[in-house]
Design a protein around this ligand. Structure first.
Ligand code: GLC
Length: 559
């Protein structure tokens, strides 16, 4: 008996220890995020595809990325841009075929690029055959318990997130996001016996769904995929407690299996709460506009609230932003993940506005903000088109469920490759494009920027190369906010590894600014990168003083 207990305890320790391992390669990963419908169309139907991605691997590599994450490419009803899956085991014909995806992955690997897919673990489309079966009156079918259904409709919907419907089953189902996205049944953390739809973690339905999730992961990993970004990762187990024990239990179980079977593969979470996600076993948590991102991402770069109200942000010319919450919350994040994983703040995404928006639109402004994202101790994640400063197209039409509280089409318009028709994205008639291309005559494009040494693209390329060659600026270097958070312009942080020190300073505002802080070094400071060489960093009597021109970012090596 004792032996069994000891063995169980050892297994338990292994599960949690294993869950903290992170493959070595992730430390040097630079991730490029692709929204596949608008990256590159290879067959002229107006929608991007996998062959299109394949044709641009050299470009991706040349800029300095070594990993791609592609938003969902699986069969879908496309009522939420592919996040409403109808078959997890097959590539949607709009994007190509399973074998085409494998060929693309093989070619990417040959070029030294890893490929991550998007795992929509929490829900399916309501057109998914599993859900169609679960709608039937017979509740003893294979997929009857794959979703969360009330037994009957007496008393109305138990919670707002339950959806009324006319299924023969005669119950309400729980959704995860839109009504068309029924939640998969991973069970409830603490089921209430008076609510029969709240099944326990170990009940047959949730157990079958967890096994299905493993099958999906294994299916793609066996085809060569290097990892996944997990959509709505904290949403799976319902009615969780404050410590998130339910959802941690689930991910710990998945990771104990995943890390043994695919030790070189990674998982990124859409969670934005690294204090939970990394302990749950994720390698990287994405800090976006919610969760802790409310204190970090939003005040730095989001110029409007979710509902569209203008709000000052740090990286605005007006210079009305604050950095206090970034300085504090980002330090907390770094502490929470140190040695266990990473927290990456992506340069926008398919859900949130591009950097080039309203009056943040000049190359200098965009280079300034990009300097932030590429000098933090996290694997950088750059959404396609940000490396050339593509505009956020405010009036882009609603497409495939893009319109939730905000217009997500605005950041999903086609990639601009060159000056030819449709910006080289597609040979289709412009009326057939997934979304219209930025109509501005001076819209940025890759070809023009490749030829211009001062372009945003070449700035990003140079910065990624510097980062790759400079351990202190990479994921291993420490990060410390060194200027006074109460005097926001300029803000200065230090990156350091093994005595090599770099100061990174930002002045996004339209005014010249000056700050001083307790010296971190007492020798000379040399500018190694930035938007300008007209900035000063001097140290005397134990204080460092930095003077910066309007709209600039500078990196100094300090001794
Ligand atoms: C995630 C995705 C988003 C999608 C939602 C529902 O937040 O990033 O695009 O609409 O989940 O799957």
């Amino acid at each position: 008996m004792k032996k069994i207990t000891a063995l169980a305890a050892a297994m338990c320790i292994c599960a949690s220890v294993c869950a903290q391992r992170t493959p070595e390669w992730l430390k040097d990963a630079c991730i490029y995020h692709i929204y596949p419908s608008t990256f590159k169309d290879s067959d002229g139907d107006g929608i991007g595809d996998i062959a299109g991605i394949r044709s641009k691997l050299d470009y991706i590599k040349e800029v300095g990325f070594n990993t791609i994450w592609i938003s969902p490419v699986f069969r879908s009803a496309f009522e939420d841009g592919g996040y409403d899956i109808t078959d997890f085991y097959e590539v949607d014909p709009r994007f190509g075929t399973n074998s085409g995806l494998v060929e693309m992955i093989n070619e990417a690997h040959a070029k030294g690029i890893r490929v991550c897919l998007d795992l929509v673990a929490g829900h399916t489309s309501d057109k998914h055959p599993w859900f169609r079966q679960s709608m039937l009156a017979d509740k003893n079918l294979q997929h009857s318990d794959y979703y969360i259904w009330t037994d009957g409709k007496e008393g109305g919907k138990p919670e707002k997130k339950f959806v009324d419907n006319d299924a023969p089953r005669n119950g309400y189902y729980l959704k995860n996001y839109y009504d068309i996205q029924p939640a998969l049944n991973y069970g409830y953390a603490h089921p209430d016996p008076s609510k029969p739809w709240q099944q326990a973690y170990d009940a047959p339905g949730p157990t079958a769904v967890r096994n299905e999730l493993k099958n999906i992961i294994a299916f793609w990993c066996d085809k060569g995929v290097d990892g996944f970004r997990v959509d709505m990762a904290p949403s799976l187990v319902k009615n969780d407690d404050a410590q998130r024990t339910g959802i941690k239990r689930l991910w710990n179980e998945i990771f104990a299996w995943y890390e043994q079977k695919y030790p070189e593969n990674i998982m990124l979470s859409e969670w934005s709460q690294p204090q939970f996600s990394i302990d749950a076993g994720f390698d990287v948590d994405l800090i976006i506009h919610n969760g802790i991102g409310e204190k970090i991402y939003r005040p730095l770069v989001c110029q409007t609230t979710n509902s569209g109200e203008p709000t000052p942000c740090y990286f605005d010319k007006a210079g009305q932003g604050q950095v206090r919450s970034f300085a504090e919350a980002y330090a907390e994040v770094c502490d929470a993940v140190r040695g266990k994983g990473f927290a990456s703040m992506p340069v926008c995404s398919h859900d949130i506005w591009r950097m080039n928006r309203f009056d943040r639109n000049t190359p200098a402004e965009l280079k300034t903000v990009l300097t932030l994202f590429l000098t933090l101790p996290m694997p950088p994640i750059v959404y396609y088109g940000e490396e050339i400063g593509m505009r956020n197209i405010e009036d882009a039409p609603d497409k495939e469920g893009s319109l939730n509280v905000k217009n997500r089409s605005s950041c999903r318009t086609p990639m601009q490759w060159d000056t030819s028709e449709n910006a080289g994205f597609s040979t289709a008639d412009p009326s057939k494009l997934y979304l219209p291309i930025d109509a501005a005559a001076d819209r940025p494009n890759v070809a023009t920027q490749q030829a211009d040494p001062n372009s945003i693209l070449n700035y990003v390329k140079g910065l990624l190369a510097l980062r790759a060659a400079t351990p202190a600026l990479g994921t291993d270097g420490t990060w410390k906010f060194v200027s006074d958070p109460e005097r926001p312009y300029p803000m200065v942080y230090m990156r350091e590894k093994e005595g090599e020190k770099y100061l990174v300073a930002f002045n996004p505002s339209a005014k010249s600014v000056k700050t001083d802080f307790a010296a971190v070094a007492d020798g000379k400071a040399e500018i190694v990168y930035g938007t300008t060489d007209k900035a000063r960093c001097t140290t005397s009597k134990g204080r460092t003083t930095i003077t910066m021109r309007p709209v600039s970012a500078v990196i100094w090596h300090v001794e």
